[in-house]
Design a protein around this ligand. Structure first.
Ligand SMILES: [Zn+2]
Length: 278
């Protein structure tokens, strides 16, 4: 619905502000048409923002076309739903492949897109390439398998690694040696903080080497995760740092329509990137 003062249940000011901050959550609610260029965009389009007086908020692509506008070639506003479904399907295919994801070309083909275009869509929605997404998923599985595992090697293969060398390349994510991780953090001092995010509580735990755990939701407590470690609740500085990581991850604005597990993984990987950046 659109009239002179509102669009999709938002005031025109709210719609403009959402467009100004490239809010992906608005992509399926309205389109933004630019009088000076004759082009219409999704609210999240990466293109430079036009002046407000040159913009019309319209209900959908059909309304924009009816007024003579053409679709932006950069944000492809006509394919919002199809793009989202393709990325969501790809995350499911990667998860189903248990550590051995299909190559990009096969993945793109399976969801009906050309590889390069699909790569761009996937990255836009998740902040990750499909390969990085698959790697993060496998590393997360390995950490789960490792907890209490009798032998590190068993956990490596159970998580879908084809070779231990691949696993050791990812092992810095554990913040300690894999063997120590499997022993519940024996001999390691771990600081942890919990902060609120739009996706639920975020738990981050660190060793002197860096992040050793990041999780969303009401999962295991630090004591359950690392029963043999010396646990220290984070001080103000640690909590502020955790809040900064959460804010930086939230700023990436991953597609809110992603399947829940994919959205959490995308968010946690953004947290990890922010932590690695210092
Ligand atoms: Zn655009």
């Amino acid at each position: 619905m659109s009239d002179a003062t509102s669009i999709a249940g938002l005031t025109l000011d709210e719609a403009w502000e959402g467009f100004a901050r490239r809010d992906r959550r608005l992509d399926d609610r309205f389109v933004v048409a630019v009088r000076t260029t004759g082009i219409y965009c999704r609210p999240s389009c990466a293109a430079r923002r036009p002046r407000r007086e040159n913009v019309e908020m319209l209900a959908d692509a059909a309304a924009a076309r009816a007024r003579g506008y053409r679709a932006c070639r950069r944000c492809c506003p006509d394919s919002v739903a199809r793009d989202r479904a393709a990325v969501a399907d790809a995350t499911r295919l990667i998860a189903a492949a248990n550590g051995a994801p299909p190559p990009l070309a096969a993945l793109a083909d399976a969801v009906g897109y050309a590889p390069h275009h699909f790569l761009r869509l996937f990255k836009r929605d998740t902040g990750l390439t499909p390969a990085a997404y698959a790697r993060a998923l496998r590393a997360a599985h390995a950490a789960e398998q490792l907890r209490g595992a009798a032998r590190v090697t068993d956990a490596i293969y159970a998580a879908g690694y084809a070779a231990p060398s691949r696993f050791y390349a990812d092992a810095a994510r554990l913040g300690m040696t894999p063997a120590t991780f499997a022993e519940g953090g024996a001999g390691v001092t771990i600081r942890w903080s919990r902060v609120d995010t739009a996706l639920g509580p975020l738990l981050v735990a660190t060793t002197p080497r860096g992040l050793c755990h990041a999780a969303l939701g009401d999962g295991p407590t630090p004591g359950e995760l690392f029963p043999a470690a010396t646990l220290v609740a984070g001080d103000d500085a640690h909590r502020r740092w955790a809040a900064t990581l959460a804010a930086r991850a939230a700023a990436e604005r991953h597609d809110p329509a992603l399947p829940d597990d994919a959205r959490r993984l995308a968010f946690l990987e953004a947290v990890r990137r922010a932590a690695a950046d210092g």
